[in-house]
Design a binder for this molecule. Structure first.
Ligand code: DGJ
Length: 755
């Protein structure tokens, strides 16, 4: 709900459990009063009105009329030039060189629902789902207008922020920095939590206490990248996974981005997120407008899990394409780690046959199906099928897969081109890079210039033909390099610093058209694994390949960290071969499944040469996942014990009616004489009685030994208060049917069902 009080000029944006309150000051600036746990709607808030009444010594005051000092005022918009010395939210330059602007309140409008942004990935809300507020600010001298935009999703405790600048002046403007929002917290006693990483080590939790000074978490790679996800969290030092205050901020954007957290000498914390301001300048001619990406703000008093669940609900119910909302995703088999580039028609058919026998529902043909693609040095760009490998073409394979009753999926990497292709020879000007300079490659390939509409049209037609002919049910959209040599032969010289953002707009245009043409195709975004796992891509593609690292133990951390923002339904998670291709570790097949089950399950290993035991195990796994698929993909997810701090990791997924939960227990290394284990359970119904049983699994794939049978009946409050007390682990002596043999990298799933 969005409420405005005329007499006090106070705005209150209220969600199910949160309040965001700000006020228009006499000067026309907007000061923030509060963001946090929900408080009642009132006309005035004396208790929140903590402002400096006189300017601190040697400050710049706003005008001769009072001691009002912008530098020590929490502001909805920070502007350079009038005495606010913190990082500005917006920085502009006029033709005559002026950089001082003063945007003041003019009017506002509140309406039901929310429209999609025309060029950017964004959220759309029906009149029942949310409300929007637009505040118009104006710089009187230049006539330039700025719209502060807010939308609220009550049910998910989400506020969506963005800004739009309209050049109503008479001369051109240069935008040098324009963030999506500004939040000035009055205090700074927080920990900052971000998600950092690299290739095959994405979204690891990075936590430290805020100190005075400015921290920038960003990407200059042209993609959101695995360096720093466009997300950050501020939490009290006492906040845990399940308790305490946590603020979450995330950007709906897939390109270079910037998050800035600045603790000022006065102890305020300024938080901003937006398009990367380095190497960015946007020319705004009179009459033109510029819209920032949307940012998502959320707060929870129920710890990091509460914050994550707000994001999860927003993504599942309001962000991903409508057709895929809460729609169960198929279990897939992908041939990449099974064959790499080395396959032919018969090998693929044999893989499909095995997949079918195991109960798998979708077969995905990965990289290598097109001409000259026997390694990663050639072939990208022309998209002509390699008939030497696939004698009946893609259509033939697709037909065979469909005949077997499976869905068919295909890998593409449309944004890229290799030298030596017909496309490269015909259109060297379509490549990103300066025409007189040698362009640096990444994975031997070059980027197509999506700021150019001709490239977008070419790709739309080329891809649509392939998708239609092969009757694809699924597309894996890959993108395997970061940007270099930023230059477009298509853009005018004065617009070259618009390139990085214009590329993202071009990408969204292409994706928007394809998703509209193929609404029922399941698109999975991928960028060398999780190098572009962000809310922007999810607005078009409901799931993302989480990481090229399929090692189950590495995935403990990757999936745990990823879940800070992204729900299980968005995380592609595959069971791969016994020895990891990324870290050379050998993990049990059951653990590979027990981890991948907490996501969108797939198998990516040699399914042809499995042993009989492995075959049997996979069949059981597939059956178990199918039975509990909706819980695994859409249940409420809670992290309980972190692999970043413990030898054991625990997490739980629970259906919203609290009838069924699955709890995962994962061990890193086996300890000698281990202590008695204990696993917390959360959010069950206290009065209900539950049956708790360990999923029957093999101890490992070498022996035919089954795991201990653990089955108990308990009340919800017993489980909530005492937790689960599993059988003792193997201790070097005495094994019986009740011994829990986990070993290195062992794991268990506990099924909790209401009776
Ligand atoms: C990178 C992806 O992340 C992999 O899963 C695979 O599709 C390869 N590209 C293919 O080149």
């Amino acid at each position: 709900m969005i409420k405005y009080h005329e007499t006090t000029q106070i705005f209150h944006i209220q969600t199910k459990n949160t309040s965001y309150i700000f006020k228009v000051l006499e000067t026309g600036h907007i000061t923030q009063l509060y963001y946090g746990e929900k408080i009642g709607i009132k006309e005035n808030y004396d208790a929140l009105n903590q402002q400096y009444v006189s300017a601190p010594g040697n400050s710049t005051v706003y005008s001769t009329k009072s001691d009002f000092c912008l530098n020590v005022t929490p502001l909805e918009l920070g502007i350079y030039g009038k005495g606010d010395y913190r990082e500005p939210t917006l920085h502009l330059q006029e033709d005559d060189g002026n950089r001082t602007f003063d945007f003041l309140y003019v009017s506002h409008e509140i309406h039901e629902g929310k429209e999609k942004l025309s060029e950017l990935a964004s959220v759309e809300l029906s009149e029942e789902d949310g409300q929007s507020l637009t505040i118009l600010l104006k710089d009187e001298v230049s006539g330039v207008k700025l719209y502060l935009k807010y939308s609220v999703i009550d049910a998910a405790n989400i506020i969506i922020r963005s800004m739009e600048l309209v050049n109503n002046g008479s001369g051109p403007l240069k935008i040098q920095r324009m963030m999506s929002f500004n939040w000035d917290d009055r205090y700074s006693d927080y920990d900052l939590i971000s998600l950092e990483g690299q290739w095959i080590r994405e979204r690891h939790i990075n936590k430290y206490a805020l100190k005075k000074g400015r921290i920038v978490l960003d990407s200059k790679k042209g993609v959101s990248s695995s360096d720093y996800n466009p997300f950050l969290c501020l939490a009290k030092k006492t906040t845990t996974e399940c308790t305490g205050k946590a603020y979450g901020f995330a950007l709906i954007y897939s390109g270079s981005h910037e998050s800035s957290v600045e603790v000022t000498p006065y102890g305020f914390t300024r938080i901003q997120m937006g398009i990367q301001s380095f190497d960015f300048e946007w020319l705004l001619k009179p009459g033109d407008f510029f819209q920032t990406p949307e940012a998502v703000l959320t707060f929870s008093a129920k710890g990091f899990n509460g914050m994550s669940q707000n994001f999860h609900q927003m993504i599942n119910d309001y962000l991903i394409p409508k057709y895929w909302r809460r729609r169960e995703r198929p279990i897939l088999a992908n041939n990449w780690e099974a064959t790499y580039f080395d396959f032919d028609h018969n090998k693929i058919k044999a893989l499909v046959d095995s997949a079918k026998e195991l109960g798998i529902e979708l077969f995905v043909l990965d990289d290598g199906w097109f001409m000259n693609r026997n390694n990663d040095r050639h072939g990208l760009g022309d998209w002509i099928v390699d008939y030497d490998k696939l004698e009946n073409g893609i259509d033939g394979i697709a037909h065979y897969v469909h005949q077997q009753g499976l869905q068919f999926g295909l890998w593409v990497e449309p944004e890229m081109v290799n030298k030596g292709t017909a496309l490269y020879r015909k259109h060297p000007e379509w490549i990103v890079g300066h025409p007189r300079r040698e362009v640096s490659p990444g994975r031997n390939q070059y980027i197509l210039d999506l700021t150019n509409d001709a490239v977008i049209d070419y790709l739309e037609e080329k891809l649509s033909n392939i998708f239609e002919h092969a009757k694809v049910d699924y597309i894996k959209w890959d993108m395997n390099r970061n940007f270099s040599d930023l230059y477009s032969s298509w853009l005018e010289p004065e617009r070259q610093q618009e390139f990085a953002h214009r590329y993202v707009l071009g990408l969204y245009k292409l994706l928007g058209r394809l998703v509209k043409r193929f609404p029922k195709v399941l698109f999975e975004s991928c960028s060398s694994g999780g190098n572009r796992f962000d809310l922007g891509m999810l607005a078009y593609m409901p799931q993302t390949w989480t990481s090229d690292n399929t090692d189950a133990v590495a995935r403990y951390k990757i999936q745990y960290g990823t879940s800070y923002v992204f729900p299980l339904s968005t995380m592609g998670a595959h069971v791969s071969g016994r020895k990891s291709h990324q870290v050379l570790r050998k993990t049990p097949l059951e653990t590979r499944f027990n981890v991948a089950a907490f996501g969108v399950l797939g198998y990516e290993l040699d399914l042809i040469n499995l042993s009989n035991t492995e075959r049997e195990m996979i069949k059981e796994q597939v059956e178990f996942y199918k039975k509990h698929r909706s819980l695994f993909q859409f249940g409420d997810f809670n992290r309980l014990q972190s692999p970043f701090e413990n030898n054991h990791m625990h997490w739980q997924v629970l259906d919203p009616d609290k009838r069924e939960a699955i709890l995962g227990e994962y061990q890193q290394l086996q300890e000698a004489s281990p202590v008695l284990d204990h696993i917390d359970v959360v959010n069950l119904e206290e009065e209900a009685s539950y049956h708790l049983a360990c999923r029957k699994q093999h101890v490992d794939e070498e022996t035919r030994m089954m795991s201990e049978s653990f089955s108990i009946h308990a009340s919800g409050d017993e489980l909530l208060k005492a937790g689960i007390r599993p059988f003792t682990q193997f201790m070097g002596v005495g094994v019986d049917a009740y011994t829990r043999i986990l070993g290195d990298f062992g794991s268990r799933l506990y099924l909790i069902e209401k009776e």
